[in-house]
Design a protein around this ligand. Structure first.
Ligand SMILES: Cc1cc2nc3c(=O)[nH]c(=O)nc-3n(C[C@H](O)[C@H](O)[C@H](O)COP(=O)(O)OP(=O)(O)OC[C@H]3O[C@@H](n4cnc5c(N)ncnc54)[C@H](O)[C@@H]3O)c2cc1C
Length: 304
């Protein structure tokens, strides 16, 4: 039996592994598809302290190398269920069951994609999901923001201070985000809003996004918008359903937990983007990983 099983090997899970291993606990790190998590999709990470610039995949490799050097066991397997056996937990995967005295859920979340042809290949080459992360790469350029909720409007406010032009494309006839944000945007001369409109296809040149095709859903009119970048802000999707029996989820599927990273179940902790929180970044995920790991260590030491 392992001391701690960590589900998800993004920045939160990797940091949790590092802290647990340095506290002399045995660790199994389960990852379903991509050691490193979401950041591997980013061509440049520029807002992690001490690192001027690094590609997301190089950053992920360094994290993995570090936890393996400290003695983590890793498995490429998706956790499908956690069973609470009291003083230990069973994590079931497609390849069998694993036992641990404590479990840390660090399954992250995924940005919803538009589902258009070529979209996946253009992530990091004109398509972004995060103005805080990637906005500066589009300074002085023309970008579109897709969506009309709070995230889309916040992204647009941030981008309007950096970019020459920001066009918000919303599928409804109104914005669903806060009025206050909308009022800020309405006063900006470089922001334009297009309503009742869907993005129907993407055009690229030299592997970079160059234009998007639009269709007005009330008039059927089509048009082409040339641009340098597109920020997709149509929501995020955590994948916490397998753990819903043990941990309370909010209406959006995030595990309800505060800065202490504790869940409803003793011995089950949560870290990173998969929990309820306001800022979802590598730094905040790493912070949660440390907090959750040390809480899990205290829990185990109390049991022993
Ligand atoms: C394109 C892009 C650019 C970004 N740029 C930046 C940036 O510049 N700076 C910044 O700070 N942040 C950036 N972010 C955000 C940052 O990547 C996330 O906030 C951070 O990765 C969250 O870490 P996490 O460990 O909580 O979750 P994730 O990184 O999402 O990792 C969770 C991991 O859990 C795995 N998993 C999920 N379910 C299971 C399961 N059932 N069993 C096993 N494994 C599972 C997933 O496959 C994934 O690898 C960017 C995000 C994207 C998409």
């Amino acid at each position: 039996m392992k001391d701690i099983i960590i589900i998800g090997a993004g920045p939160a899970g990797m940091t949790a592994a590092l802290y647990a291993l340095r506290a002399d606990k045995s660790v199994l790190l389960l990852e379903k598809e991509n050691f490193g998590g979401q950041i591997t999709y980013s061509p440049k990470l520029e807002n992690y302290p001490s690192v001027m610039e690094i590609s997301g995949s190089a950053f992920a490799e360094k994290m993995l190398e570090q936890v393996i050097a400290h003695g983590a066991d890793i498995e490429l397997a998706a956790a499908e269920k956690i069973t609470d056996m009291g003083d230990y937990k069973i994590v079931s995967t497609e390849y069998g069951d694993f036992e641990g005295k404590a479990v840390i859920i660090a399954t992250g979340s995924k940005h919803r994609h538009l589902g258009l042809e070529g979209e996946e290949e253009l992530i990091g080459s004109g398509i972004s999901f995060c103005a805080v992360c990637d906005g500066s790469f589009f300074a002085g350029k023309k970008v579109a923001v897709i969506g009309g909720g709070n995230t889309a409007l916040q992204e647009a406010v941030m981008l309007s201070d950096l970019c020459s032009e920001v066009i918000i494309v919303q599928n409804l006839s109104f914005m669903t985000g806060e009025k206050k944000l909308l009022q800020i945007l309405e006063k900006k001369s470089n922001v334009k809003m297009i309503f009742d409109t869907l993005v129907t296809s993407l055009s690229a040149e030299g592997g970079e996004l160059r234009a998007i095709s639009l269709k007005n859903t009330s008039t059927d009119e089509t048009s082409t918008l040339e641009l340098d970048g597109m920020f997709v802000a149509i929501g995020q999707q955590p994948e916490n359903q397998p753990f819903a029996a043990l941990t309370a989820l909010d209406n959006y599927g995030y595990i309800i937990a505060g800065e202490d990273c504790l869940t409803d179940t003793a011995g089950v902790f949560v870290a990173g983007d998969c929990r309820t929180k306001r800022i979802r970044q590598v730094t905040t995920a790493a912070s949660d990983g440390a907090v959750a790991a040390l809480a899990a260590c205290r829990y185990i030491d109390g049991l022993n």
